[in-house]
Ligand binder design. Structure first.
Ligand code: 5GP
Length: 187
């Protein structure tokens, strides 16, 4: 069976992390991509497992060499999806990228075979109410988050698959079916 590159994206709080982690834990033919970053490791983080920790110079050199399928800056540090790691891993396993909507659409430009999966909440209103209810953010950043949620869901048409996570086990089974189905037909 050929192995595929899949991006699993969707708004924060939609459960995509749980879906991806569960699939990776139960299957040895699927792994999650390891991103590169210029931020310092936090306690307990292992180089090559949580991230590849790079100096800024090294990261910039790899940008020059076009070794990133996408990259971005967050909180003053660079983060990117390494092309070499993904391509090497795809020789033996399928690879899942758990990245945001913008990131996954950027990867698609570099890697057209990418299978785009969006995980959506059963109720957008309910997810918004939960974000607002947390009360952990000031009005400005809450506004940004809500606008981002609308923007992300509005990209639905660019995606190959749209999965509503109203039941976790069903959503996991649907993502696995895509992994198997896409793997088979891509032979
Ligand atoms: P953290 O430093 O907390 O691990 O991650 C900070 C932010 O970087 C998060 O929003 C995370 O989603 C984002 N991030 C992690 N890896 C990548 C990547 O490979 N590409 C992009 N564009 N963002 C990433």
């Amino acid at each position: 069976m050929r192995h595929i590159l899949m991006a699993v994206s969707g708004p924060a709080g939609v459960g995509k992390g749980t879906i991806v982690k569960t699939i990776i834990a139960k299957r040895d033919d699927v792994v999650e991509s390891v991103s590169c970053t210029t931020r310092k490791p936090r306690a307990g983080e292992i180089d090559g497992k949580h991230y590849f920790f790079l100096s800024k110079e090294e990261f910039l050199r790899r940008i020059e060499e076009k070794d990133f399928l996408e990259y971005d800056e967050h909180f003053g540090n660079y983060y990117g999806t390494p092309r070499s790691f993904v391509e090497e891993t795809l020789k033996t396993k399928s690879v899942i990228l758990e990245i945001d909507v913008v990131g996954s659409l950027n990867v698609k430009k570099e890697f057209p075979e990418l299978v785009l999966v969006m995980i959506a909440p059963p109720s957008v209103e309910e997810l918004k109410r939960r974000l607002i209810g947390r009360g952990s953010e000031d009005e400005e950043s809450l506004k940004t988050r809500l606008a981002r949620l609308d923007y992300e869901l509005a990209q639905r048409d660019k995606y190959d698959y749209y999965i509503v996570n109203d039941d976790l086990d069903t959503a996991i089974a649907e993502v696995e079916a895509i992994l198997d189905g896409e793997g088979n037909t891509a032979q």
